[in-house]
Design a binder for this molecule. Structure first.
Ligand SMILES: Nc1nc2c(ncn2[C@@H]2O[C@H](COP(=O)(O)OP(=O)(O)OP(=O)(O)O)[C@@H](O)[C@H]2O)c(=O)[nH]1
Length: 684
């Protein structure tokens, strides 16, 4: 995982080469990388899909020399628009290699993905890539890791030149020639560098490892094994970040990176038991990564391919064989797996059985979406699902011909099934087809895919940001729903309080009723009604967020009250309360990082001011360059990169990520934002 262009794909290609999986390396910039196999990726020179593969690796040194290991690799995209690929990969991986560009250090998106890994409890290992590049600065990267990521780095290597590394754990010099590692003794000059790096390493490890601490206090030096063990403990507990370095392009440092993956990242058996819940009674359950345990796996990706749907699953416990029947964790539905494949980019190797720890692609599953649990029919479990980020940008799409119009629903249906960060709906007022995604690149790629993969040509309107709604102040309302003339009646009374919640808190619901004024079993129905109303919006049809809802009181009728009546009352009470609470529009914001030559910094800052941006930080980078960090409305970023290139003569680069919501200026609220209606437009 990494910021865009840090070198993930190049790194993964060299790993495949060094491990003997491929015999010739492909290049991203020539469109020949094995892992960027999709024609759209090759044309654009970026990764869009997370591609899975695996290699066999036998470390030559370290904690388990001579022991064969299998490393499963998922190469993720760096562009923020494809964040779902990172999210679903991190959800099922045991460790992450965090690739940095040695000349750029920790960039905006690197910070995001590192914290994403932290959120999933996934231990990381950093690889400072591109040490061959002019301006490469390994010490700056270590400083950035400490300051921006808030974790202590442990340098495993020190780059001696663009092609040689000093191995700080083993005290030798490493050179690289194709797949071979050339180990040589240190010279006197190397020794000075080594002593300083080793002392720093000992000091860092002594902060949590007793053995290293004892040696450190006596002024002694630890042997390589003691150090490696301490680094492993620190890395798995996420107390330190081991940092390897090299140049993927020049094939420097890759075998050492593979050794470090084996030594410092967890294997499936090191990962704590995977936890889930019983689908019926919700009781917590755990499973060990053991093939004798009942089968449990998580589907993390589905790809539509010539042979139908191909579902990628990570097996957590037990084993899965061709033709096995499986239960879907949530719905309890049964499906039968067809064939099993070990993926290698767009190639696959068929296997009969896969075990705990494996990542395999299976055919035959028709209704399995991202985040669905597959389990043994007699030992059901539901594993934690995969979070889907909310789309922030929308467009109108228009099929070009009658033929395209006819084929669009099927094609779009398949794309929505594969990509949970995409939404599509028909605007009930205008009858237009709307598409929402993570950014303009995401939508652009979707439209290209519709044309190239599904032969459906559509034109795309101007991208617009996806607004949200919230309330300005607290309110309290009582609502009574009574329909009691003739036949079966409907009665429910609900008193709700709404209050503005913290940004990013979504809708929180708490029940403070006493004395059984609303029977226990109807409280979830009230909550369901509230959430449904929130998703429909109050002022302009955008989802309502950041509201704390409290159920205070209610009324029940012995005969005429039921869940449907309470759901309806909850929904209406919430709508009324939000209207009284002054519903307002929120617009999405972006965090932006702009690297420019110093002489253009003034222009950049002036332009940001004109776009309602707030400059947060100005940090010098290398010689004569600065990095400007700013926050501005997402709507102001659509043509930013083109404009920036214009006024910096192509020398400025910018990267951004969505960064929450802020109240939209009142003029926009008065306009009601883009035209929306209330009913059901958000259903995919
Ligand atoms: N000088 C130098 N260039 C490199 C190195 N590694 C990769 N590159 C170049 O950097 C560019 C980006 O490399 P990729 O491997 O596509 O980077 P990525 O992180 O996979 O990119 P995305 O997946 O699109 O985010 C390509 O032009 C590579 O040739 C390196 O070690 N040194």
């Amino acid at each position: 995982m990494a910021h865009i262009d840090a070198g993930k794909t190049t790194c993964a290609e060299r790993i495949l080469y060094c491990a003997g999986r491929i015999h010739k390396t492909g290049e991203v910039h020539e469109g020949t990388a094995v892992l960027d196999f999709d024609p759209i990726e090759q044309k654009r020179g970026i990764t869009i899909n997370a591609a899975a593969t695996s290699v066999a690796w036998t470390p030559s040194s370290g904690l388990c020399p001579g022991q064969a290991h299998r490393i499963q690799i998922v190469d993720t995209p760096g562009h923020v628009d494809f964040t779902i690929e990172v999210e679903r990969s991190l959800r099922v991986l045991d460790g992450a290699v965090f690739v940095l560009d040695a000349a750029s250090g920790v960039e905006c998106q690197s910070e995001t993905v590192f914290h994403q890994a932290e959120r999933h409890g996934v231990p990381s290992l950093a690889f400072v890539n591109k040490i061959d590049k002019p301006g490469a600065d390994f010490d700056m990267c270590l400083r950035d890791i400490r300051e921006r990521l808030g974790i202590e780095p442990v340098a495993l290597h020190v780059p001696l030149s663009g092609s040689e590394l000093l191995d700080v754990v083993h005290g030798v010099v490493l050179g690289f020639d194709g797949r071979a590692v050339l180990v040589s003794e240190m010279t006197a000059a190397h020794r000075t560098v080594f002593d300083a790096a080793r002392a720093t390493m000992m000091e860092t490890l002594a902060s949590f490892d007793e053995d290293v601490l004892a040696l450190f206090c006596q002024g002694g030096n630890a042997d390589a094994r003691t150090l490696a063990r301490a680094i492993r403990t620190g890395a798995l507990k996420r107390k330190v970040l081991p940092v390897a370095c090299g140049s993927a392009l020049k094939n420097v440092g890759i075998p050492s990176l593979l050794d470090a993956i084996v030594d410092y990242l967890p294997s499936p058996v090191d990962v704590p038991d995977v936890s889930g819940t019983h689908p019926l009674h919700g009781t917590p359950l755990t499973r060990r990564a053991d093939e004798r345990e009942p089968f449990a796996a998580l589907a993390f990706k589905t790809v539509f391919d010539r042979a139908g749907y191909l579902t990628y699953v990570r097996i957590y416990s037990g084993a899965l064989s061709t033709g096995d029947g499986v239960r879907l964790g949530r719905s309890g539905a049964r499906e039968r797996v067809g064939r099993l494949f070990r993926p290698h980019a767009d190639q696959r190797e068929e296997v009969r059985t896969a075990f705990a720890g494996d990542i395999v692609a299976v055919t035959g599953l028709r209704d399995v979406r991202t985040g669905e649990t597959l389990c043994a029919s007699d030992e059901p479990i539901v594993l934690e699902r995969i979070d889907t980020p909310a789309p922030v940008v929308e467009v109108t799409i228009e099929p070009k011909t009658a033929d395209d119009r006819e084929r669009l629903p099927t094609a779009l249906g398949r794309m929505l099934f594969q990509d949970p960060s995409l939404l599509a709906w028909v605007d009930p007022e205008s009858g237009e087809m709307r598409l929402a995604g993570m950014g303009s690149l995401h939508l652009d790629v979707t439209v290209t895919r519709l044309r190239e993969d599904h032969r459906v040509a559509v034109s795309m309107g101007r991208p617009e940001v996806a607004y949200r709604e919230t309330i300005a102040h607290a309110a309290r309302v009582a609502y009574r729903h009574a329909k009691q003339h003739g036949g079966a009646g409907q009665f429910a009374g609900v008193t709700l309080a709404v209050a503005p919640g913290a940004r990013g808190s979504g809708i929180t619901f708490s029940d403070e009723t006493v004395g059984g004024c609303i029977p226990r079993e109807y409280v979830p129905a009230v909550e369901k009604g509230v959430r449904a109303a929130a998703s429909r919006g109050i002022v302009a049809g955008y989802p309502v967020v950041d509201v704390a809802v409290t159920l205070l009181d209610g009324e029940t009728h012995v005969k005429d009250s039921n869940a449907a009546a309470f759901e309806f009352a909850g929904s209406l009470a919430f709508q009324k309360a939000c209207t009284e609470g002054g519903a307002i529009l929120l617009e999405p914001y972006a965090a932006l990082e702009i690297a420019v030559p110093e002489l253009h910094a003034g222009d950049v800052i002036g332009d940001l001011g004109a776009r309602r941006g707030l400059v947060q930080r100005l940090v010098p980078r290398g010689r004569n360059a600065v990095v400007v960090s700013a926050r501005l409305p997402l709507a102001e970023t659509f043509d930013y990169v083109t404009r920036l290139r214009g006024f910096t003569q192509g020398r400025g680069t910018a990267s951004m990520r969505p960064d929450g919501y802020e109240v939209a200026p009142s003029t926009r609220c008065a306009e009601g934002g883009p035209k929306r209606t209330r009913e059901g437009h958000r259903t995919p």
